[in-house]
Design a protein around this ligand. Structure first.
Ligand code: HEC
Ligand code: HEC
Ligand code: HEC
Length: 446
């Protein structure tokens, strides 16, 4: 009798727990806009377009040759591919039937109108920081200014059991912080604006912060020294934006940072790879005040613990100048790269970036260096005009061994002091960035 009672008790608890979990994973979160009816007509405003620029919605929600915001960008993930959706205001295939509260739940909480959970490839963990008024402004832009396009969104190619979207509600419970950005009284207005733009709108951490095993960003703000400490995503290594001297922005002035984000170049580096998506569609359109705020915030981050500094060493230059090509990769560097990047590795002006002391070259993970050698840097477009200088893609010109040798030469010359590169790593990146491969992860954004 006792045993039966006990069993019945356990069953009841299990049933209640199951019901609670079922409710939790399917519930529609409560948006602060829930009480507002559709009747409050969304309004167009210049601020709305600017907000969409700051958030870079267009980069993911379009394809290179498709209509803006009509979706269809294929994003490779370790679990399978998924596609960005149509977020034009078309009522049947887009978000035309979304109320402000529905839109808010998608953007800040990762829940679509019908209640299905979004994969965090949509950067709602960052957008969760957006303030209410900015969400309203964005909504006004999408509903009143964006042209509706009829285009069905494709379902993800993610297989059981990872296709069970309800499980993402548990992920959200663990990793999503639902508090909008709160001004920090111990910092000035520019720092706060910078923090808000970097953490929220700009979702810089989505690429620049390392992720854990569940694809969660390890930190969402400056309280952790993992925040913006550099990370590998989609075969590009997004550099350390903290204060470290060699690998981070320790040697960059605030002016260097604003120039990089506004023009795509500065004396240290050029935008390329996935940073182009942020630059081409977003950062170049930011106002000077907003860029200065971002620079002030980023420069306030301490170093991540690497205390070494870069000192230029003349030996590699002297060897190349004197015809000594005995170092591994030296001859190939001389014939393939030195015409643009120089025998001294210092590049030329702002358009041909230096390789000496360049974080992209020195990174512990050489993914970006290999990737740009294979595929080139991508097209920088400044206010509609494509850049005239481009890095040559060497995919067909150089073998895996030759690329590894050149990379090793660059990483060990002019004082760089970074480790050798293996041909196997080049082979792997060659495959995943080859559009015809079935392991492809290359994103072709606008
Ligand atoms: C880094 C890429 C990325 C950016 C940037 C991005 N999105 Fe998304 N978004 C996605 C992906 C991918 C999905 C689909 C996720 C899924 O199917 O689970 C999505 C889904 C959505 C949905 C759900 C639509 C539906 O019907 O399923 C909405 C609404 C949305 N995004 C709006 C926005 C807005 C507004 C912005 C800018 C503030 C934005 N997104 C920026 C990648 C992105
Ligand atoms: C889609 C991914 C992605 C996003 C989003 C992104 N970045 Fe980057 N970023 C990269 C990659 C990859 C690099 C390395 C290539 C390069 O130097 O352009 C990089 C490089 C940089 C650099 C140069 C660092 C150096 O040492 O050379 C700065 C500065 C920078 N990003 C700032 C930002 C800021 C600020 C934001 C947010 C507004 C941001 N990034 C958003 C991917 C991204
Ligand atoms: C025709 C001139 C040219 C040649 C040849 C060339 N590059 Fe480049 N490289 C560029 C330009 C221009 C950029 C800036 C990115 C862009 O616009 O594509 C760049 C960018 C880079 C970067 C990224 C630096 C940063 O942080 O912005 C690396 C690394 C690099 N090149 C390595 C090489 C190597 C290695 C070779 C030889 C295999 C090489 N380049 C050959 C012109 C060239």
């Amino acid at each position: 009798m006792q045993v039966r009672l006990w069993a019945a008790g356990v069953l009841a608890i299990v049933a209640i727990a199951a019901a609670a979990v079922t409710w939790y994973v399917h519930r529609i979160p409560r948006s602060p806009f829930a009480a507002e009816l559709r009747a409050a007509a969304p309004t167009a405003s210049p601020e709305g377009e600017y907000a969409a620029r700051l958030a870079d919605c267009v980069a993911c929600h379009s394809t290179a040759d498709g209509e803006p915001f009509a979706g269809g960008l294929k994003m490779g993930t370790p679990m399978g591919a998924l596609y960005s959706t149509n977020i034009t205001p078309d009522p049947d295939t887009g978000i035309g039937r979304y109320s402000l509260a529905d839109f808010d739940n998608a953007v800040r909480r990762g829940v679509a109108k019908d209640g299905h959970r979004l994969y965090p490839a949509m950067p709602y963990p960052s957008y969760a920081k957006l303030m209410d008024e900015d969400v309203r402004t964005l909504y006004g832009y999408f509903m009143s200014t964006v042209r509706p396009v009829r285009r069905m969104s494709q379902p993800p190619e993610i297989h059981f059991p990872l296709d069970q979207r309800w499980a993402l509600a548990l992920w959200n419970g663990l990793f999503l912080n639902n508090d909008p950005y709160r001004l920090k009284a111990d910092h000035d207005a520019a720092w706060n604006r910078g923090a808000y733009l970097v953490q929220g709108f700009g979702h810089c951490g989505a690429c620049h912060t390392e992720r854990g095993p569940a694809f969660n960003e390890r930190a969402l703000d400056e309280r952790s020294d993992k925040y913006l400490g550099g990370a590998l995503l989609d075969a590009w290594y997004a550099s350390d934006l903290r204060g470290d001297s060699r690998l981070g922005l320790g040697e960059w002035t605030e002016q260097d940072i604003t120039q990089f984000l506004k023009s795509g170049h500065n004396r240290h580096a050029t935008v390329y790879g996935s940073m182009l998506d942020a630059f081409n569609n977003s950062t170049q359109f930011m106002t000077d005040d907003d860029l200065a705020a971002i620079a002030a915030y980023v420069k306030s981050l301490g170093g991540g613990g690497d205390t070494t500094t870069f000192t230029y060493d003349e030996r590699a230059r002297d060897a190349l100048d004197g015809g000594d090509l005995s170092a591994r990769g030296a001859a190939k560097y001389l014939s393939q790269c030195s015409s643009c990047h120089g025998q001294d590795g210092k590049g030329r002006g702002d358009l041909l970036p230096p390789l000496a002391g360049n974080a992209s070259v020195l990174e512990r993970d050489p993914a970006s260096l290999i990737n740009i050698m294979l595929n080139g840097g991508g097209r920088i477009v400044v206010h509609g005009v494509p850049d005239s200088y481009r890095m040559t893609p060497f995919r067909v010109l150089l073998s895996d061994e030759e690329i590894a040798d050149i990379a090793t030469f660059i990483r060990s010359s002019w004082g760089n002091g970074a480790g050798a590169v293996q041909a196997s790593r080049v082979r792997d990146l060659r495959e995943v960035t080859d559009p015809s491969s079935d392991r492809v992860i290359v994103l072709r954004l606008r």
